[in-house]
Write a protein that binds this ligand. Structure first.
Ligand code: HEC
Ligand code: HEC
Length: 461
């Protein structure tokens, strides 16, 4: 029997089982089911009456779909052209149930998952969101095909359990080269106006993704000069062909590097974690924040400590912009007194912040003000991961600079001529310090580390 005959049989069996589910009165409803069924309808089969109702069965027969999806996918591909509907092989039998059984390439089918009161981030006009594109980006994010030696993915350094950072001071790239800077949590990066620790130029998540892929100072994914091989590896995967076609409809060859970065960015924009105890308290939920955290917020916002001047709500950074607010004002790059090598305010060679980009002496030790959301997961802290705990961060600010007694980086950060004047000693009691830490902790949304929609979907075949 020919393969296509097999596929046709599989499809017919699925079709029959869907009809049986319908007859059985299954009530679970997926609005995309009808379109899927239409696309899957075997040639010659009359269009069933009540196709919409039949679609309800779609979700219920997922288990059966899982077993058959590979052949169906191949068979149905031509039939799917011109429709916005496809069956995701997230169900391809690897034990990871899909968050959504169906993925549409139609931007109109995309909805943001936001807590009450939040407006969606803006999205580049040439990269509208769609369910298919987000799923494609998620798969690419977790796929080691995106590295030169097949051993690395974005998720090697951006791990969900660590708030999409990686719990290391500094990461090591696919070829073993250490990265000078700490991996950043990517949550809420949809709202960022600046990316990376000290980078004034990268304008978007799409552009940012090129750095780990093709950059060689340091090597991260190690794909420089391997564009063609990378695209061949991706094109060889049937689910990728399907998801690229759905996400970039009408393009004769949608598997391109720009589209790959568009999909990665679309997924990253959905990694949103803004429903912390602090946010619930903002919405008026009594008791959402502990009394200590509430006291800590007062200290944080005080003119004396000035934390909120550099780390303003709602993202606790000046480098993010809520649509319609005109953006946060204030310093986006600052020197917070971590180093004073040689007494002239210098930072360690190779990691001196904005000055390495601009050459301006005033930019010595200036790094982007980081968001303070989800710090409970994204330890260790600072651009080089040199502070391990939030208690130590608070000690650092209370002291007004870091003192390093011995070694090549020795120096008294309190006396740095380059640090921001707001970084100065404060008199804080033990309780004050604990309260500040409690406040910082209250900015973490635990859904970030648990939500299945951000998780590794399993191997893509
Ligand atoms: C070797 C570890 C490593 C890998 C692999 C890696 N990253 Fe990163 N990522 C980092 C580090 C380190 C930074 C900070 C870079 C800097 O400031 O120079 C970063 C920064 C980022 C940022 C900026 C976040 C912000 O708040 O500004 C985004 C977004 C990001 N990475 C996405 C990705 C994507 C997408 C991939 C895969 C294509 C990826 N990363 C692969 C380590 C890694
Ligand atoms: C002058 C601006 C400024 C002020 C004031 C300021 N910060 Fe920062 N903060 C920064 C910058 C810049 C960094 C990153 C520095 C680096 O990595 O070299 C940072 C880093 C942090 C981090 C580490 C975040 C991470 O992801 O690694 C925490 C936590 C933090 N600040 C909390 C506070 C608190 C609490 C206060 C008030 C006591 C405060 N900041 C005051 C600018 C400021």
């Amino acid at each position: 029997m020919s393969t296509s005959h097999h596929r046709a049989l599989d499809l017919r069996r699925l079709w029959t089982s869907l009809q049986r589910e319908h007859a059985g009165g299954n009530r679970r409803y997926s609005s995309r089911g009808p379109r899927l069924l239409k696309a899957l309808r075997p040639p010659g089969e009359p269009e069933a009456t009540g196709l919409a109702a039949l679609g309800q069965a779609c979700v219920h027969v997922e288990t059966r779909v899982k077993r058959q999806v590979r052949s169906i996918r191949l068979y149905a591909q031509p039939a799917l052209l011109g429709t916005v509907c496809l069956l995701a092989a997230a169900c391809a039998g690897d034990g990871h149930p899909p968050a959504e059984p169906l993925f549409s390439g139609n931007p109109a089918d995309f909805t943001w998952t936001l807590p009450t009161g939040w407006t969606p981030p803006s999205v580049p006009a040439d990269n509208p969101m769609s369910p298919a594109k987000v799923e494609l980006g998620r798969r690419l994010f977790y796929d080691t095909r995106l590295s030169g030696n097949g051993g690395f993915s974005c998720a090697s350094c951006h791990r969900q359990e660590f708030g999409f950072a990686d719990a290391r001071n500094i990461p090591v790239g696919s070829t073993g080269e250490p990265h000078p800077r700490n991996s950043m949590g990517i949550a809420n990066s949809a709202w960022l106006t600046l990316f990376n620790w000290a980078d004034p130029l990268t304008p978007s998540l799409e552009q940012q993704a090129l750095v780990p892929m093709f950059g060689d100072r340091p090597v991260e994914l190690g794909l420089k000069g391997q564009e063609a091989a990378l695209l061949d590896r991706i094109r060889a995967v049937s689910l990728y062909r399907t998801l690229f076609a759905a996400s970039f409809a009408g393009q004769p060859d949608p598997v391109t590097v720009p589209n790959l970065t568009r999909a990665l960015a679309a997924f990253e924009r959905t990694v949103i974690a803004i429903d912390s105890p602090y946010d619930r308290a903002q919405r008026g939920q009594a008791g959402a924040m502990s009394a200590a955290a509430v006291r800590g917020e007062q200290l944080f916002s005080s003119a004396e400590l000035a934390c909120a001047q550099c780390h303003p709500a709602p993202f606790f950074t000046t480098a993010a912009e809520l649509v319609g607010t005109g953006g946060a004002t204030g310093t986006t790059f600052a020197n917070n007194g971590l180093y004073n090598v040689g007494g002239d305010g210098s930072y360690p060679t190779g990691n001196r912040g904005l000055i390495d980009r601009t050459g301006q002496p005033d930019d010595m030790g200036k790094f982007r003000v980081p968001s303070l959301r989800n710090l409970a997961f994204t330890f260790p802290y600072m651009h080089d991961g040199s502070i391990s705990t939030l208690d130590e961060v608070v000690e650092h600010y209370a002291r007004g600079g870091r003192v390093i007694v011995t070694g090549p980086n020795a120096g008294d950060g309190r006396l740095s001529p380059r640090k921001d004047p707001r970084i100065r000693a404060h008199t804080l009691t033990t309780q004050d310090k604990g309260d500040l830490v409690a406040f910082l902790r209250s900015l973490s949304d635990s859904a970030l580390v648990t939500a299945p929609r951000f998780a590794n979907p399993g191997p893509t075949r």
